[in-house]
Design a protein around this ligand. Structure first.
Ligand code: NAD
Ligand code: DAU
Length: 348
């Protein structure tokens, strides 16, 4: 197989590429990424020169760049992760999300259809999010049959791309697979997102901006477990399938931030409770979804997947990684990030 992984230099993409390159020496893994502010070649450093790995800088919205990559590497399969991924940025500027997440996905499918000519023997795997299902109350879980109800520009763009993927399957028999996953955490997570942002701010003694009253709930999954789930579904799922992926691991934001504060107090030899003094409740995110929770029973029962580590273990490993990779953090937060941070948090 010659697999094109889009968004390969991002958070989840880089973990997936690492898994595929190491586990399947007989495949060629082609990392395809536009290297936006969220993409970073350093994320692929340990597999960059592997004999079964290639990197192509390219944009999923470009007909030419996608076509050239498919032809140059005789791509047989695509795992599609490239996207604009941050909800707060989608509230500030939705068009970039329409462009990349919707137009980019459709362009990718058009180019693959034209290049493959036949649907036989190929897979187009679309990596999506639980946010397409909207917001839960205190009870219940998202399942594979939950109706779509996206509520942010980001989730609306991901829902639109999911609908196009499904439409191409029904209309053209295009060989798709899809999964919708909950919040990932782990190494190489961009510091604009909750967990790395809090770790970074604790370390630099900046305030910890908790949106609203901090009671919103997210279901957190170790990023390497997401990559394992994609691997299992890609290889064993039937064409046309969709699976939900989650950690059975719900946390309110405020409890999670307190947990991070106590791990950091320990790691930095601070007094218990010292980091938590930095917690500041700030203006809520517009249209902030209250609760996400995934029921991943189908994936567990049909394909045997389950999360591999506890949240306690995963959070400790994550904190450790950030403490040991301050160069990476400094690199990612240099340039335009500071201006973004100041604008995003100044009125909160
Ligand atoms: P990320 O923002 O860390 O990475 C996105 C990558 O896509 C970056 O490397 C960026 O350079 C690349 N990219 C952006 N626009 C591109 C374009 N036009 N052409 C080519 N490359 C482009 O995102 P992530 O958190 O790794 O998420 C990856 C995918 O998984 C996304 O589709 C996201 O919707 C989905 N997802 C994420 C989570 C999560 O918790 N992070 C959960 C469920 C699903
Ligand atoms: O559920 C899957 C989704 O998880 C993915 O599809 C998205 O790509 C990914 O970014 C993530 O979206 P969230 O909006 O849930 O993640 P984020 O880290 O931005 O925020 C997590 C929670 O923390 C959310 O309730 C908002 C809150 N928050 C976030 C930030 C950045 C804060 O309270 N303060 C903050 O500064």
């Amino acid at each position: 197989m010659n697999i094109l992984v889009t968004g390969a230099a991002g958070f989840i993409g880089s973990h997936l590429v690492r898994l595929l390159v190491n586990k399947y020496p007989n495949y060629t893994i082609v990392s395809f990424d536009a290297l936006t502010y969220a993409g970073n070649l350093a994320n692929l450093a340990d597999v960059k020169d592997a004999p079964n790995h290639r990197f192509v800088k390219g944009n999923i919205c470009s007909e030419e760049e996608v076509k050239n990559a498919l032809e140059a590497y005789q791509i047989t399969d695509i795992i599609h992760l490239a996207a604009e991924s941050h909800v707060d940025r989608s509230i500030e500027g939705p068009m970039e999300f329409v462009h990349t997440n919707v137009v980019g996905t459709v362009n990718l499918m058009n180019q693959a259809r034209a290049y493959w000519k036949t649907n036989e023997g190929h897979t187009f795997y679309h990596v999506s999010t639980d946010e397409v299902f909207g917001s839960l109350g205190e009870e219940g879980f998202f399942t594979e049959t939950t109706a779509y109800d996206p509520r942010s520009p980001y989730s609306a763009s991901k829902a639109a791309s999911d609908h196009f993927v499904s439409a191409y399957y029904h209309t053209y028999g295009f060989p798709i697979k899809r999964s919708n996953c909950s919040n990932n955490y782990g190494s190489h997570h961009h510091p604009e997102k909750l967990i790395p942002l809090m770790i970074n701010n604790i370390l630099t003694n900046k305030s910890l901006p908790v949106y609203g009253n901090g009671t919103n709930v997210r279901d957190w999954l170790w990023v390497e477990d997401h990559a394992r789930a994609i691997d299992v579904i890609f290889h064993q799922g039937a064409i046309g399938c969709n699976y939900n992926i989650g950690g059975w691991n719900e946390w309110t934001n405020i409890d999670l931030v307190h947990e991070l504060c106590s791990i950091m107090d320990e790691q930095l030899n601070r007094q218990a409770g010292e980091s938590a003094q930095l917690i500041t409740y700030v203006k809520d995110r517009a249209g902030h979804d209250m609760r996400y929770a995934i029921d991943a029973t189908k994936l567990h029962e049909e394909l045997g997947w389950k999360p591999s580590i506890t949240f306690e273990e995963g959070l400790r490993k994550t904190v450790q990684w950030y403490l040991e990779h301050q160069d990476w953090v400094n690199d990612v937060t240099s340039g335009s990030y500071q201006a973004y941070y100041n604008t995003m948090y100044k009125d909160r």
